[in-house]
Design a protein around this ligand. Sequence first.
Ligand code: GTP
Length: 370
Amino acid sequence: MLVQICVTLLTTALLVASACYTDSPPEQRWWAAGNVAVSAGMVMCNVDSLPLLMHSVVGYGVIGFGIALVLRGLRVYCQSTLSWTTIAIITGIVLAISAYYTLVAPSLRARLCFSGFYFALLNWMCAVAIARRGSWRISGIAFAGFVLLGLALFLRGAHLLANDDPAGTANSLVIGLSALVVPLAQICIAFGLILMVMWRYAERLRRLSTLDALTGALNRAGLEMQGKRTGLRAQRGGRSLAVIMIDVDYFKVINDTYGHPVGDEVLRHLARLVRLELRPHDLLARFGGEEFVLVLDGVDLPSALKVAERLRARIEYEMVEFDKLSVRYTASMGVVCSDQHDYDLIRLISAGDAAMYEAKRAGRNRVAVG
Ligand SMILES: Nc1nc2c(ncn2[C@@H]2O[C@H](COP(=O)(O)OP(=O)(O)OP(=O)(O)O)[C@@H](O)[C@H]2O)c(=O)[nH]1
């Protein structure tokens, strides 16, 4: 038991330290608070010199409350929540039953069996909360930890139920095994939870560094990274690679006439429209202020021209609604293909750019080939 308490305190310290980061998400703080409560509860339950009520009732209640907080954190992580009423019910059940087996019908065995089964159930609820989210690569370790911890507690409870004398089971295989598995599972959970948050930070950073915040399209860095890969894939597979440069016409006039927020909405609208035309492996990037790049793998020049013409017509037809205003806009496009140029994305983009300016010179709202 001493090892178990030490590991609990250690994993709690780890979770608290990770939650101390100024911008830590709420779920991380719930996990830390939950573990602090579980640690406190475990210490209470194991200090025999404490008053009976603290030792045999409140201690269990605090552990139940702690696991409920961890569950709340997991729900928050999965964009849901666990109400305070549910947390109060979870805690109330442990307090009531522990009090019953301490004060009304005193039985250490019954109390230990109940707490084993009940805490196992709570840990499995945590595992279910994670499983609902999916993405095993990210949360597999924490999931395994909760399942394992639940299993060890359940087996401990079942073993006690099958034996009349709780003190006599201390040296049994099940109790020995659970003394090994419980700390292991606690370590898995602590590292798993920290990993889950780290993955989320990494994903947020990746999005920030590769996506354009206004339109959600790739930014230049994202285009450079993913475009290179798409180009290589097309070249290796012997497929054509098409690039379409799209530039909003008279965008400065739109900004000057209706204001920058409307201009921003036009850019978001354009990105949304283009995305409707994309296949999952096509790339859309915002190349500059009002200029976008479309990279299409496995598309030859005639097909790319069809895509561009379809887009141009749709942009011309659609209306942007913003703050009781309805605005129309058009776009000019330059289309190039690796069949005529090379697979080098930078060269394709500069040829597409030249074609797009040709379309502008020819009167705008049209498609030109480079
Ligand atoms: N609203 C908004 N405007 C932007 C953004 N980025 C750049 N701009 C504006 O886009 C305008 C681009 O103007 P120009 O380069 O003259 O292009 P244009 O008016 O579309 O003219 P043509 O391309 O020749 O048809 C400038 O006024 C920039 O301030 C943005 O993120 N939001």
